[in-house]
Design a protein around this ligand. Structure first.
Ligand code: PMP
Length: 391
């Protein structure tokens, strides 16, 4: 069997999409006009499917910081953190992240995906157990696979199912890492964190929360679900990304564990990849300051999230279980969802098309994500385009 035969199914699926005209999985943003608008296929389109929760990608302070860093430090670090790739900015960003979370240590990685791979696969190994929510992100699954630990999944957001599995583990809970997300990327729901923390304590396990979609979104200071649920001190490892509310690229992990810093010397995805560029580090430091300084962007984000969720609910769409900035619209068949996605784009609205197996339980979704940068009028336009799907 040739190496490429395993791609036959993908090839067939790609062929089926060719007739659509615009390929939903190869959309080119020909020109970026603002955090909420771009030119796609020659037309101005309203973006309702980015993860630009605070709309900071065009913030003049972040842009200026990135430009200044490029002029003074160059375009790239050309090395890993362990060799020549640790600049003063990386250290400063780690200190600032640690301070923001009230933790002694933070480690910066080159992406959020790499942070999950690096932390999970290094912390756990053969003989350990990872107990993960079934809807966890691909990077969490891959980190678990790389670790060689026994992988157990519990039913999405079911503390009862988690407890059942912990109970069966007996003594092994001492080397069990539970992994959940703050806001789940596909359905937009929060983990029941207070209950999960209680179980973690009861069974003596460890807990990691991936706050990729909740950093800057949840909590009085924007520190995520752990802050909102009042259990920052009970989470052993917080993972985050710079690619969503902070408007750049990169990832991090914070922890209060005294030996946490040793991960730097063991984590292959930290050791053997180039560190984030000076421009990235500078814009993230600036964005973190903005995120930490006030609540107005967060308030605007939530107003928009409620506006979109309520608007689509009134139109009779079946949505994720709670209003958050990720508004998942449950659709019918794959074909119907593709047709609706195309019709929305035709009306000048871009949302994320999510088809099985990317969405949980074989669902087809139109995933909208809301930004603080959306205007009230833009949210109304998104709702009107969805209304037209029903006409
Ligand atoms: N974790 C979760 C929950 C995510 O949704 C994502 C990205 N979609 C990542 C990690 C990876 O983040 P990054 O884009 O920084 O690689």
């Amino acid at each position: 069997m040739g190496l490429f035969e395993k791609f036959d199914a993908i090839g067939l699926a790609r062929k089926a999409l060719e007739d659509l005209g615009v390929d939903p999985f190869n959309v080119e943003m020909e020109q970026i006009l603002s955090p909420t608008e771009a030119r796609i296929a020659g037309r101005e389109v309203l973006l309702a499917g980015t993860n630009n929760y605070l709309g900071l990608t065009f913030d003049p302070r972040c842009i200026e910081a990135a430009c200044r860093a490029t002029r003074t430090e160059g375009t790239g670090t050309t090395g890993s953190r362990m060799a020549n790739g640790t600049f003063a900015g990386h250290r400063a960003l780690e200190r600032e992240l640690a301070e923001f979370f009230g933790c002694p240590k933070a480690i910066v990685f080159s992406t959020g995906f790499i942070a999950n791979l690096g932390v999970i696969s290094t912390l756990t190994g053969p003989g350990d157990v990872v107990l993960i929510d079934a809807d966890c992100h691909a990077s969490i699954y891959d980190g678990c696979r790389m670790s060689g630990a026994d992988i157990l999944r519990f039913r999405h957001n079911s503390a009862a199912d988690l407890e059942k599995r912990l109970r069966r583990l007996g003594d092994r809970t001492k080397s069990t890492l539970i992994i959940v997300e703050g806001i789940y990327s596909m359905l937009g729901d929060r983990a029941p964190l207070a209950e999960i923390v209680a179980l973690k304590k009861q069974y003596g396990a460890w807990l990691m929360v991936d706050e990729a979609h909740s950093l800057g979104v949840l909590g009085q200071k924007g520190r995520g679900l752990a802050e909102e649920a009042g259990c920052l001190g009970d989470v052993d490892f917080i993972i985050g990304t710079f690619s969503k509310s902070l408007g750049a690229i990169g990832g991090f992990c914070v922890s209060s564990h005294p030996q946490f810093d040793l991960l730097r010397y063991a984590s292959r995805s930290y050791l053997f990849t180039a560190s984030p560029s000076p421009a990235t580090v500078a814009s993230v430091r600036q964005a973190l300051q903005i995120l930490a300084a006030g609540t107005d962007l967060r308030e605007r984000l939530w107003q928009n999230a409620h506006r979109l969720y309520n608007g689509l609910e009134e139109l009779g769409f079946s949505l994720g279980s709670e209003p958050t900035p990720v508004v998942a619209v449950h659709m019918g068949s794959k074909e119907e969802t593709l047709g609706a996605w195309k019709q929305l784009l035709h009306q000048g609205i871009y949302v994320n098309l999510v088809l099985p197996p990317a969405a949980p339980e074989g669902k087809s979704l139109l995933r909208c994500s809301v930004s603080a940068a959306h205007t009230e009028d833009q949210i109304t336009r998104i709702c009107s385009a969805f209304r037209a799907l029903k006409e």
